[in-house]
Design a protein around this ligand. Structure first.
Ligand SMILES: *Cc1c(COP(=O)(O)O)cnc(C)c1O
Length: 371
């Protein structure tokens, strides 16, 4: 059994992928070819926003958005410590300061009340300037945008939605990548909508911001390649990879349904043995991960060991919150600063999750845990 089985997906869309790749090989426009434009239009329509700018990775998508806002030294950017390193790394790469805010114990997403407290504290201390918020839709579940967008509006802070794990999820019918001022997603192969390499996209509502991002994506180009009006990066998405995402997009709505059906089965069968994921009213997750909470670290090891004996792979996202990572030791955080993130890190683990899990496989997994 595989944790994320991409072979089964490929079996389904093999012909479409091969035809689309052949088309790219024939027209030869490997850089920003026609598939890029087609994909950007389709992704923007899917998310319900006017602009999608594809790029080289989810990390670069985050970076490009912060660059467009001119984030730099002296700026405080608020985010959660319970996420993948990239979310906070891009902030530090620009010389700005990640300010961590603990998570909600049920959704594992940034706690809006604590966000407000953190911004107030920055203002009191008067060393950094509050500049932006990066929310993370962890494991595919959108953050609490109702509360976060309200706080951000009151304080004139742009919100960057890190939707690397949540493309395709929604809140009351509104899809992810439409929240905040800008959103970033990733097409890393293991994400819900992946390609066969690295890739990502930024989504924005504002026309001028979209134009800036397109410029940043190609070394800050102006009217042409050798007119450089700002600093940018080589952040383009490959045409070949766009062809792969286009093929996958055609089965994506069905895959989202399948993921949700599997998650429901897991939750029905596992609810008494472990703490299953909480999905607030009106929210639909896209289940980048199906993660459960064990009682404590020993219980987690015991369950992971049991599953391993049955041939079931598991993973821990994330074993160490970012405020305790050596890479951020200059921020001078210590153990105990974010108790919810630390507690969850010590007890959480993820089960195999992809649209092509069979009933037998789900049964094996659930019996190993709850049997
Ligand atoms: C995967 C991921 C990223 C980075 O995406 P890449 O395409 O791997 O650069 C950023 N944030 C979160 C929350 C992620 O899960």
């Amino acid at each position: 059994m595989q944790f994320i089985d991409l072979h089964r997906q490929r079996e389904r869309i093999k012909v479409d992928i091969e035809v689309r790749i052949q088309t790219v090989l024939s027209h030869g426009k490997f850089i920003l070819g026609p598939e890029i434009q087609e994909l950007e239009q389709k992704l923007a329509d899917f998310a319900g926003v006017p602009h999608c700018i594809t790029c080289s990775s989810g990390s670069d998508a985050l970076l490009m958005a912060l660059m467009a806002w001119g984030i730099g030294p002296g700026d405080a950017v608020y985010t959660t410590p319970f996420t993948f390193i990239a979310t906070a790394e891009v902030v530090a790469l620009l010389g700005a300061t990640p300010v961590f805010v603990d998570i909600d114990p049920k959704t594992y997403n940034i706690d809006p009340h604590l966000l407000e407290t953190a911004v107030e504290q920055t203002e009191r201390e008067n060393k950094l300037r509050p500049r932006a918020v990066i929310t993370v839709d962890l494991f595919g579940l959108p953050a609490d945008y109702g509360a976060i967008e309200e706080i951000a509006r009151r304080r004139s802070l742009p919100v960057l939605e890190d939707a690397a794990q949540s493309f395709g999820a929604s809140v009351n019918g509104r899809r992810t990548c439409s929240f905040g001022t800008a959103a970033a997603t990733s097409f890393f192969p293991a994400k819900p909508l992946g390609c066969y390499g690295d890739g990502g996209a930024v989504f924005v509502h504002d026309d001028a911001l979209a134009a800036e991002l397109r410029s940043i994506r190609v070394h800050g180009q102006g009217s042409n390649k050798y007119d450089n009006v700002r600093l940018g990066i080589n952040g383009r998405f490959d045409t070949l990879q766009a062809a792969v995402v286009l093929a996958k997009l055609s089965v994506f709505p069905d895959e989202i349904e399948k993921r949700n059906r599997i998650a429901r089965t897991y939750s029905e069968k596992l609810g008494t043995a472990v703490t299953v994921p909480h999905v607030p009213q009106g929210y639909e997750s896209v289940w980048a991960q199906y993660s459960v909470l064990s009682r404590n670290a020993d219980h987690r090891s015991e369950l992971q060991e049991k599953l391993k004996k049955e041939g079931v792979p598991t993973a821990v996202y994330y074993p160490k919150p970012l405020h305790l990572q050596p890479a951020f030791k200059n921020l001078s955080y210590s153990e105990g600063d974010f108790p919810v993130s630390e507690d969850v890190s010590s007890r959480i683990f993820s089960l195999p999750m992809h649209p092509y899990l069979t009933d037998d496989e789900i049964d094996t997994i659930c019996r190993s845990i709850a049997g």
